[in-house]
Ligand binder design. Structure first.
Ligand code: ASP
Length: 344
């Protein structure tokens, strides 16, 4: 019997799980059940590590929401037997999947840390080892007999972020992610330093975890650009079965004031399709009504996405659509931070 924290490592695919065959230069999948033999440094961590891998590792570009459910189901099935979870996915869509998982679990009391890498684990200059080792370490840290982290995070290149605040910003540099509207939860240097006041605290730690797996995919992102035509906007808003629109506006939530544009949005909202206003800017917030160019949007009942990222707006939309809410309740819950995904 040991008292060491038990960590479940879930490998789904992506660059991190590849090794390079130096003779042929080809990348091939790594057997994650052998991880402790391949990375003996893991034995220095004060925890017990178990692994589960997808039978077929998947590039994160091919992950749809059925894979989100599959990852969440693994966590749910093993929730009581482990103290923390580290999920390895490709970095390309990691902000989407990790953010979706943050909504799928209500009253999460344990750490779920997503990580990956820019270079394969078998590459000499890989960033995978540090990302993996520190993620496992973070998942096993306790504070007063409780896990230090009780939320879904993303760890990459020495920084721990709240997952639903992140965006992938670089396809080449090791520093591939950022969180423009919320500071890192922890930074790894000589010391692993937590910004404890920024960590998510569950509303009531006695509440049981709730797992919701219904995500509705009938949503679209409509990114405004100068010169966008009525034909384009009308065609997008009339996609059959459309249930939600993420409208990427300019600056603090501004959009053209032309009558055809506002009328099209208003008709769409009247049909029961939810439209959320998010900014195209990497940082900052929508402030509806600050300029005349957003007053009409406010008047017609557009949902204020505040400082949510586009990635998180998409998955929050999918999540809330699965909840069969009235239009009023949908707007209310979208505008309310549910997992620390937007500022109050
Ligand atoms: N294409 C890979 C993926 O997202 C890239 C990576 O793993 O970083 O699955």
């Amino acid at each position: 019997m040991t008292n060491k924290p038990k960590i479940l490592l879930v490998y789904t695919g992506g660059t991190i799980g590849m090794v390079k065959d130096y003779k042929t230069n080809a990348l091939r999948a790594f057997d994650f059940s052998q991880i402790q033999n391949k990375i003996p440094e893991l034995q220095q961590l004060n925890c017990e590590i178990s692994t589960i891998s997808f039978e077929e590792p998947i590039d994160s570009s091919n992950m749809n929401t059925s894979y989100y459910v599959k990852i969440a189901q693994i966590i749910a099935d093993n929730y009581n037997d482990f103290d923390g979870f580290v999920v390895l996915t490709g970095s390309d869509t990691m902000s989407y999947v990790s953010s979706a998982i943050s909504f799928m679990f209500e009253n999460l009391q344990k750490p779920v840390i997503f990580t990956g890498s820019q270079l394969p684990i078998g590459d000499l200059r890989t960033d995978a080892k540090e990302n993996l080792i520190t993620s496992i370490q973070i998942a096993s840290i306790r504070n007063d007999e409780e896990p230090m982290v009780k939320e879904v995070c993303l760890y990459f290149e020495y920084k721990l972020y709240r997952a639903n605040r992140t965006t992938k910003i670089n396809a080449e540099q090791f520093e591939a992610f950022t969180s423009m509207n919320y500071p890192p939860l922890a930074e790894s240097g000589v010391h692993l330093t937590f910004n404890k006041h920024l960590l998510y605290e569950p509303v009531d730690s006695r509440q049981k975890i709730i797992f919701r797996k219904k995500l509705i995919e009938d949503v679209v992102v409509l990114k405004l650009f100068p010169g966008i035509t009525k034909n384009v906007v009308q065609t997008i808003l009339n996609i059959p079965n459309l249930k939600g629109v993420i409208l990427e506006t300019y600056g603090a939530g501004n959009a053209p004031t032309e009558t055809w544009f506002i009328n099209l949005l208003e008709q769409t909202i009247k049909k029961g399709i939810h439209i959320v206003n998010v900014t195209q800017c990497a940082g900052g917030s929508v402030l509806l009504g600050l300029y005349e160019t957003s007053s009409d949007l406010q008047r017609i009942g557009i949902i204020n996405g505040k400082d949510i990222t586009t990635e998180t707006a998409i998955v929050k939309m999918m999540y809330l659509l699965g909840e069969n809410l009235t239009d009023e309740a949908f707007k209310h819950y979208f505008e309310t931070p549910l997992r620390g995904e937007m500022s109050t």
